[in-house]
Design a protein around this ligand. Structure first.
Ligand code: PHE
Length: 343
């Protein structure tokens, strides 16, 4: 039968058809699957097929159609992946994406942010200043005499070939910066990094962090300071926290004190951090010395104030059970990742 030969020849040409471009793909579609295609044409000849062969004829034409559709789909898929490769090089856009590694906050930042938050709730605003300071703002304005040991090269990092520029030894330098540039009422909190020429060990480092506080207004008293610091200690270390103020000395405050919080002696880390006393030394504080106000251009007869400087490292070490201060500055990701869930 002639029509069966036709079917065979179409089947052969479908099989042999080489499709390697978009144009060839389209030509194939028109020839075998378009609205007027060869398979339809051959099907039209069913009239000439004897009845007993009509069934076989129908099946073979259908098979032809399936073969054409299959070849088309395969070629189209190949073409698509070729296109992808052509525009994206070796990039496999269908590859599963690798997990995004979320960063984590540094334990020092976690603690500093908490402190800032606590003071922000009672109206303190953040003041940030330079780490490279001059001798006047770091020492002179802060009432530190010329022959004070802190000014010594042994204790302070001076910039090369300079006896004036240094790395600030405390955030108290922000006090003089703020007081010389604005008038009271002043209520600031100044977080930041400070530097001292100290031997690096598990307990001390030549760089560390402080959060400075300064409050100046009319009739500010020592009682105001104590209440504010008690509020801070309870927000920071728990509502049952007890504090103690020990008389101390700083050139820029008078009277001066150091504040400890009670950690107890129950845990090994509490004993270690408190050197077996149960009390953790948290901050230095005092009433701003009138001479400092005068140095910075604020009328000491009209205004008074208090200041405090909180050390961050020891609190962070206590909170996160860090047993070596050097870990804080090494930035080893295996260390840093441990704090990702604590933000
Ligand atoms: N600057 C002091 C220090 O670094 C801390 C301090 C700040 C003390 C403010 C009193 C008032 O030790």
């Amino acid at each position: 039968m002639e029509v069966f030969d036709k079917i065979d020849s179409i089947a052969a040409s479908i099989e042999k058809y080489s499709i390697s471009s978009a144009a060839e793909l389209e030509a194939f579609r028109i020839q075998f699957l378009g609205s007027k295609n060869e398979i339809k044409d051959v099907f039209g000849e069913i009239k000439s097929v004897p009845n007993e062969q009509k069934k076989e004829f129908g099946q073979r034409v259908n098979a032809l159609k399936s073969a054409a559709e299959e070849k088309f789909a395969k070629a189209q898929e190949q073409m698509q992946s070729l296109l992808n490769k052509a525009s994206f090089g070796d990039l496999d856009l269908s590859a599963p994406a690798s997990d995004l590694q979320l960063g984590s906050r540094h334990p020092i930042s976690i603690v500093m942010n908490r402190m800032i938050d606590i003071f922000a709730r009672i109206g303190f605003v953040v003041a940030e200043e330079r780490e490279i300071e001059d001798d006047w703002h770091n020492f002179t304005a802060m009432n530190t005499p010329e022959d004070h040991p802190a000014r010594d090269m042994q204790d302070t990092f001076y910039l090369k070939d300079s006896t004036i520029n240094l790395l600030r030894t405390h955030t108290s330098s922000v006090q003089s910066r703020v007081m010389t540039s604005q008038q009271p009422p002043i209520r600031i909190i100044a977080p930041g990094r400070v530097y001292r020429n100290e031997t690096i060990s598990a307990r001390s480092h030549c760089q560390f962090h402080q959060v400075e506080g300064l409050y100046i207004d009319k009739k500010v008293s020592f009682a105001d300071m104590k209440q504010t610091l008690l509020y801070f200690a309870r927000e920071m270390y728990g509502e049952k926290t007890e504090i103690r103020l020990r008389p101390s000395f700083f050139p820029f405050t008078e009277p001066s004190a150091e504040m400890d919080v009670w950690l107890g002696m129950e845990t090994e880390s509490a004993r270690r951090l408190t050197k077996g006393t149960g009390w953790l030394e948290v901050l230095g504080c005092g009433m701003v010395d009138p001479q400092v106000l005068t140095n910075c251009g604020i009328d000491a007869n009209e205004y008074s104030g208090y200041a405090f400087g909180i050390g961050i490292e020891r609190s962070a070490m206590q909170m996160f059970n860090i047993n070596d201060i050097r870990l804080i500055f090494e930035n080893d990701v295996r260390f840093l990742r441990q704090f990702s869930s604590l933000i």
